[in-house]
Design a binder for this molecule. Sequence first.
Ligand SMILES: Cc1cc2nc3c(=O)[nH]c(=O)nc-3n(C[C@H](O)[C@H](O)[C@H](O)COP(=O)(O)O)c2cc1C
Length: 306
Amino acid sequence: MVSDILQTNLNGLILNNPILTASGTYGYNDEYEEFIDVSNLGAIVTKAITLKPRAGNKHTRIIETKAGMINSIGLENVGIEKFLNKKLPVLKEKNINFIMNLAGSTLDEYIELAKICNKNSIKAVELNVSCPNVKSGCLEFGVDENSLYELVSSVRQEYKGFLAVKLTPNVTSIEKLAQACQRAEADAISAINTLKGTRIKLDIINGKVNKTVVTGGYSGRGVKPVAIGAVIRIKQATDLPIIGIGGIENLNDVLEFFTAGANAVQIGTANFTHPEIAEKLVFELENFIKTNGFKDLEELKKELRK
Ligand SMILES: Cc1cc2nc3c(=O)[nH]c(=O)nc-3n(C[C@H](O)[C@H](O)[C@H](O)COP(=O)(O)O)c2cc1C
């Protein structure tokens, strides 16, 4: 149990600390229990949940790159009904704070998901409007400010809890999209989702060429500068709290995101190689604040942003 110097207030959503895990890299918690005490995290963000279960893509889904990875999972998930019946009771019983990441293919699907979350008193939701690995749906909302405004305001009408919107970096002006979210009364912006990319892996033996080509979302160490840049631009364009995501691997990365303007952070790809990393960062951040003589996290953030 960590002390309250790390307490983080995201527009009324109070978290014990600002270290969260990113959607799609942490399942629904079960996989990580053997490594850490998940209840020590600020929150976990669930894998994207859709109205119906999805099997995801059939082709190669994951490939490593020099500074990260490319994934093309295709939103494989258990669907909202199974999440509510099977996964939610476990999260509650274990006292794990969570944010539900939601994805849909149409406006109506998002509205339906919002209604279900509201009915089931889900405290916090993150709208995935930025997944690059599915043929129809969510990315289209995330790249057009008018569609995004319509989507977020429609969800806002149906869902009264904490509403974050997760933006894609694959746009010309992330500022305009963040402003559309603010006008639609979102509570926070999560940034960023993955960058669209392709890896071609060649294996050439005795003149015979074997190719593996994976197109999908690029994540990990290599995307950090893009994410930091996005956080800075969103901070300048809106008053919304920002959850910074992208390539975070150590405490220094976390501090850089706070300096850029993030109020909290999510750890994604790093969980795959270091399943204990998120909890470790909670303790390291607390220790850093104490040993450097700051009163609390807010004082540290102020100093970083001077
Ligand atoms: C395997 C994998 C699956 C992902 N699935 C989702 C998802 O379902 N919903 C979502 O909003 N983001 C998803 N993401 C994006 C991450 O949550 C995060 O925004 C991105 O990977 C950047 O952070 P990172 O560099 O720390 O991984 C996924 C990322 C990976 C690597």
